[in-house]
Design a protein around this ligand. Structure first.
Ligand code: ADP
Ligand code: MG
Length: 146
């Protein structure tokens, strides 16, 4: 089956989190989810929704300096933020490959385009773009072919 793409619109952070939580139910262990969008687009907000759905208790923030944060839940969640990463070389140094190919949970990656050449073929892609008003986001969800 070909990859499918769906468009959504959310009107608040809570709606973005609820959308993420719905989608989390469809993500098997080993899912790599790439998040695209400018600063403030809602990528971290989306990951917070995933975390809630996975039963993560620890609050999810922006791992700006740590780059990778791992959370325990029904499935483990790895939250990766590559904002400060310049390319694949940096990513190797972080041990990111283990997460991309061997993690038995969900790996959510902000700024995944920085390591485009390292990504597995079967990724989910979520794109967050500004909407008509300040609290509106257009969210495009692309699932991998199955
Ligand atoms: P990013 O990780 O993409 O830089 P964040 O998730 O950290 O973005 O921040 C998104 C900001 O936008 C938050 O301050 C959030 O409250 C605000 N916001 C307003 N409307 C929405 C929405 N519909 N979805 C997600 N975030 C929203
Ligand atoms: Mg963020």
């Amino acid at each position: 089956m070909a990859a499918t793409s769906q468009k959504h619109e959310t009107k608040s952070p809570a709606e973005t989190q609820a959308l993420a939580a719905d989608l989390a139910a469809e993500m098997p262990p080993g899912t790599v989810l790439c998040l695209h969008g400018e600063l403030g687009a809602g990528k971290t907000c989306f990951v917070q929704g995933l975390a809630k759905a996975l039963g993560v208790r620890r609050p999810v923030g922006s791992p700006t300096f740590t780059l990778i944060n791992e959370y325990r839940g029904r499935l483990p969640l790895a939250h990766v933020d590559l904002y400060r990463v310049r390319g694949a070389g940096d990513a190797f140094a972080l041990g990111l490959e283990d997460y991309l190919f061997h993690f038995r949970g969900i790996v959510a990656i902000e700024w995944a385009e920085r390591i485009a050449e390292l990504l597995p073929a079967e990724c989910w892609h979520v794109r967050l773009e500004p909407g008509a008003t300040e609290d509106v986001r257009r969210v495009t969800v692309e699932r991998p072919a199955q």
